[in-house]
Design a protein around this ligand. Structure first.
Ligand code: ATP
Ligand code: ZN
Length: 745
C-alpha cells in the first residue's frame, strides 16, 4: 500500500499520514496538493511531503479524498526550506505551510477557489456583408461600425476589451448593444491577468563608475569563496546600480534572482527603476497585492516562462523558484525583516541565506548601516565584505548639526516644535526652491492625553497602554489592538475639563509646519495616510514632481527613497528613538538617523541634516556627526559583550499568554524551572514585559541567552521536551505559549 505524509494548514507540529487510493498512485508525487479529511467532517487542502510504504502504527488511517494538481505546486527546495524554518524557529510545520502558500491555493472547503478574472471582449462578425441594410436608419450604429473597422485594422488584434472600445471610440454602450443585437459585433468573455504585464524595458543598465565597478568585481571574487557577501556602501553610493549589474549576470546564465526589500514604501521607486531595465522579466510580490494577484504570481512561477527576477517583501521567499542563482537582501539591517505575528516568526534575511544555499546560490546583503550581527559576521570572515565609501559623483555626505532642545527650552527660545535654527534652514531651502523632509517616529496627533490636574491618562481597556490621540479622525486609538475610543473632554476622576494632549506625533507636526510655512505645500506620510493601495505612490510621486515642498513622516520615509531635490532633513525628536527599553534601541536609532540623513543631498550638492535632541552629550551623536559607522559598531559590540547579547549569545524568547494573571505567572515559572535544570543561568525570567497586557491577555516572558557553541538541534530538542512535560500538566494545557527565536528586542 502507498502512503502519503502530508502537511495540513493548521498549527500542527507533525505531518499526517493518509492512504493513497489505487487510482491516484500513478499521478501523485511530492509537492502535489491533495484534499484530505481531518477532524469531524472537515476537509483541508494539504501538501504531500513524501510518499512511502511504511504503515504508521496504532492509528486509523484515512484515504486521500482527491488530488488537486496534475503538477507539483511546491518543489523540493521549498519543502527543505519549510522544514528548516519549522526546526530553527520552533514553529509548527503547518504554520509555515500556511504562511507560504497564498490562501486561495489552500482552500478549506472546496468552494473557495482561485477565480480567474474575465473581461468582455468585442470582435467583428466577419461573416456579415449587408451592413448598410442591417444598421438601417441608425446613423450612430453605422458610424460606430466604421470606427470599429478602422480600430481593428490599426490595432491588428482579433478582439479588443469592451472598456477600451468605449473609451477609444467615444460611443456609448447602447450603440454597441444595438450592433450586438444585430449580430454585427460579437461580445465574448476572455480570461485576463490581474498582474500588469505590459512593462517593456526602456533603458540599459547604467555604466558603473570606477568605485562601483571595483565593488562589483570584489563581490564576484568573494562569491568564489563564500556564499554570503555584505556590500557596505554609504547612502547614495549606487548600491542599487550594482545590484542591477549582478542581476544581469544571472540573467545571462539563465538563473533567477530574488530581490528582497523590507517594505512597500521602498518598492515603488525601486520597482520603476528595475522595470525600466528588466521590463516584464520582473515580478512584484509585496504586501499590498491581493490574494488573487499572489496566486497568479505563483502560477506564473510554476509555468514554463517564470519571472526571472522577483522583487518582494518577506513572504516572497516562499515563491517557487527553480533556478535561483542570487538573492539580494536590500537594507539588510531592517528589523521589519523579522516576522512578529503570527508564527512562523522567521527572519527573512537569515532565511534567505538558507534558501540560497538549497540552490547553491549566493546571497548579497546590502546596507549603508549594517546590523551589528551582519557586520560582525563580515568582520570575522564568515561573510565577504565589500565597501563603498563615496557617494555617486563624489557628493559629500550630508553635514549633521545638533539643536539642543533642553537648552533652547530653558532660555525660552523654543517657541514651536522646531528650533529657530531649523526654521531658518527650512526657509533658506524653500527660498532656493529645494525640498525638505521632516522626520518624527510617532504617528497620530499626540502619543497620549493627560489630565493636567490629576494626571489621569486614558488607556486601552484591553491593553496596558495609553491611547494615541488622532485629531483628524477625532478618535483615540490603541496602537496595539487597533481599538478606537471617543476622545474625552472631561476627566472621569476629577471631573474637570482639563484633558490635554501630551507630546507630538506626525499629525501635530504637520499642523504646526503648515502654520510656520504658509506658502509651502506640506504632505504627510505615515501608516495613517498610506492605507489605500496606491497611497504611497501618490505621495512619493507628488514629492518627486516638486508638487510638495515639505514632507513630514515616520520612518517610512527614512530609507531607500531617492529624491534629487531634497537638501535638508530634520529629525524632530531624536530622544524618543533612543530611550527604549530594548538592547537594539541605539543601533536602531543610529541606523534610522543615518538613513534619514541619507535622503539629503543625493544629487547636485552636499545636503544638511538637523537633529533635535535634549541630550546632545550622548556618544551616539559623535559617531553620527562624523559618519563613523565603524566606531559606533565597536562601541555597540562592547556593550553586547558585557550584557550577553548577540552576536555573543543567541536569544530565544518564550512568551506566555492567558487572561488569568495567576495562571500565566505560575505556568511561566514552572516552565522556567524545567529549563533551568539543563540550561541554568542561561534562563532569565519569567519577567513582565514592558507592555504586560495586550487584548486582555496577561503576558510573561522567559528569555534564553544561549552560548554560541550549543548545538541548535540539541537545544531545540530539549526545549520541545520541556514543552511536552509542561503540557502534561492539566493546569497549563490551555496556556498560550510561543517561541521567538532570535528575538529582535
Ligand atoms: N553608475 C551610475 N550611473 C548613473 N547614475 C547612477 C549610477 N550609480 C548611481 N546612480 C544614481 O545615483 C543615485 C543614488 O544611487 P542608488 O539609489 O543606487 O544608491 P544606494 O546606494 O542604493 O542608496 P541608498 O542606500 O540611500 O538607498 C540614483 O539616482 C542612481 O540612479
Ligand atoms: Zn488595546
Amino acid at each position: 500500500m502507498l502512503f502519503a505524509d502530508v502537511i495540513l494548514p493548521l498549527p500542527l507540529a507533525e505531518s499526517f499520514t493518509y492512504v493513497v487510493p489505487a487510482e491516484m498512485q500513478e499521478k501523485i508525487g511530492t509537492g502535489f496538493r491533495v484534499v484530505v479529511p481531518f477532524g469531524k467532517r472537515k476537509y483541508y487542502t494539504a501538501v504531500v511531503l513524501r510518499l512511502h510504504h511504511k504503515p504508521p502504527k496504532g492509528v486509523e488511517i484515512k484515504e486521500i479524498h482527491s488530488l488537486t494538481d496534475s503538477h507539483p505546486v511546491v518543489n523540493e527546495h521549498q519543502i527543505r526550506l519549510w522544514e528548516w524554518i519549522s526546526f530553527y524557529y520552533l514553529s509548527p510545520l503547518g504554520d509555515v505551510y500556511k504562511a507560504a502558500l497564498p490562501s486561495m491555493m489552500k482552500p478549506q472547503d472546496l468552494e473557495e477557489r482561485y477565480r480567474s478574472r474575465t473581461e468582455t471582449y468585442i470582435r467583428l462578425n466577419t461573416g456579415i456583408h449587408d451592413i448598410d441594410r442591417l444598421t438601417g436608419r441608425s446613423k450612430k450604429q453605422a458610424e460606430l461600425y466604421q470606427a470599429l473597422r478602422q480600430l481593428f485594422l490599426e490595432e491588428g488584434r482579433e478582439g479588443i476589451p469592451k472598456k477600451e472600445i468605449t473609451a477609444k471610440t467615444g460611443y456609448s454602450n447602447t450603440v454597441l448593444k444595438g450592433l450586438t443585437e444585430k449580430n454585427i459585433v460579437i461580445q465574448y468573455p476572455e480570461e485576463v491577468s490581474r498582474i500588469d504585464t505590459h512593462f517593456v524595458s526602456s533603458r540599459k543598465a547604467f555604466n558603473l563608475n570606477d568605485h562601483q565597478q571595483k565593488a562589483l568585481e570584489e563581490i564576484n571574487r568573494s562569491f568564489e569563496e563564500k556564499n554570503v557577501c555584505l556590500l557596505h556602501g554609504v547612502t547614495s553610493s549606487g548600491k542599487t546600480e550594482i545590484y542591477i549589474h549582478l542581476i544581469e549576470e544571472q540573467l545571462n546564465q539563465g538563473k533567477q534572482t530574488l530581490y528582497l526589500v523590507p517594505e512597500i514604501a521602498l518598492t515603488t521607486q525601486l520597482t520603476s527603476r528595475l522595470q525600466a531595465v528588466f521590463g516584464d522579466k520582473l515580478g512584484i510580490y509585496h504586501s499590498k497585492i491581493n490574494d488573487n494577484e499572489r496566486t497568479e504570481i505563483w502560477q506564473k512561477m510554476l509555468s514554463d516562462s517564470p519571472y526571472e527576477i522577483v522583487i518582494g517583501v518577506r513572504s516572497s521567499l516562499f515563491v517557487p523558484f527553480r533556478q535561483l542563482g542570487l538573492v539580494i537582501v536590500d537594507e539588510e539591517h531592517e528589523t521589519s525583516y523579522k516576522q512578529q505575528e503570527p508564527a512562523p516568526r522567521y527572519h527573512a534575511r537569515d532565511t534567505a541565506i538558507v534558501l540560497a544555499q538549497t540552490f547553491g546560490a549566493k546571497t548579497l546583503l546590502g546596507s549603508a548601516t549594517p546590523s551589528i550581527e551582519t557586520y560582525y559576521n563580515a568582520k570575522t570572515g564568515k561573510y565577504g565584505l565589500v565597501t563603498l565609501e563615496k557617494r555617486f559623483e563624489n557628493i559629500e555626505l550630508p553635514r549633521i548639526t545638533l539643536e539642543n532642545t533642553r537648552e533652547l527650552r530653558r532660555t525660552k527660545k523654543m517657541k514651536t516644535l522646531l528650533a529657530p535654527g531649523l526654521i531658518e534652514k527650512i526657509n533658506t531651502a524653500l527660498g532656493s526652491g529645494e525640498q525638505v523632509i521632516l522626520f518624527r517616529n510617532r504617528r497620530g496627533f499626540a502619543p497620549m492625553l493627560e489630565c493636567k490636574l490629576c494626571g489621569w491618562i486614558p488607556k486601552c481597556n484591553h491593553c496596558d497602554v495609553s491611547l494615541t490621540y488622532h485629531k483628524n479622525r477625532g478618535e483615540l486609538k490603541c496602537h496595539y489592538c487597533n481599538k478606537t475610543y471617543k476622545p474625552v473632554g472631561e476627566c472621569p476622576v476629577c471631573h474637570e475639563k482639563s484633558i490635554e494632549p501630551v507630546g507630538m506625533g506626525t499629525e501635530k507636526l504637520e499642523e504646526e509646519v503648515i502654520q510656520l510655512f504658509p506658502s509651502a505645500t506640506v504632505a504627510r506620510m505615515d501608516t495613517d495616510t498610506t492605507q489605500g493601495k496606491y497611497a504611497y505612490e501618490k505621495i512619493i510621486s507628488d514629492f518627486q514632481k516638486n508638487k510638495v515642498q515639505i514632507l513630514v513622516g515616520t520612518q517610512m520615509l527614512s530609507k531607500g527613497l531617492d529624491f534629487e531635490n531634497v537638501s535638508l532633513v530634520g529629525i524632530v525628536s531624536a530622544d524618543g528613538l533612543l530611550n527604549r527599553p530594548d538592547f537594539r534601541s541605539h543601533e536602531r536609532g543610529f541606523q534610522l538617523m543615518l538613513q534619514a540623513a541619507g535622503r539629503a543631498g543625493r544629487k547636485n550638492r552636499q545636503g544638511e541634516v538637523v537633529i533635535q535632541t535634549a541630550d546632545p552629550g550622548q556618544p551616539i551623536y559623535r559617531y553620527l556627526e562624523t559618519n563613523d559607522y565603524e566606531g559606533f559598531y565597536h562601541s555597540q559590540l562592547e556593550e553586547r559583550k558585557l550584557f550577553n547579547y548577540p552576536p555573543y549569545k543567541r536569544l530565544i524568547s518564550i512568551v506566555f499568554k492567558h487572561k488569568d494573571e495567576h495562571k500565566v505567572e505560575s505556568g511561566s515559572a514552572f516552565f522556567a524551572r524545567l529549563l533551568q535544570q539543563s540550561l541554568g543561568e542561561m534562563v532569565l525570567g519569567p519577567n513582565k514585559p514592558f507592555i504586560s497586557r495586550i487584548q486582555q491577555y496577561h503576558l510573561r516572558q522567559i528569555l534564553l541567552k544561549l552560548d554560541n557553541h550549543l548545538s541548535p538541534a540539541k537545544t531545540r530538542q530539549f526545549i520541545k521536551s520541556v514543552e511536552s512535560r509542561f503540557r502534561e500538566k492539566q493546569d497549563f494545557k490551555y496556556l498560550v505559549l510561543y517561541f521567538d527565536v532570535d528575538v529582535m528586542g
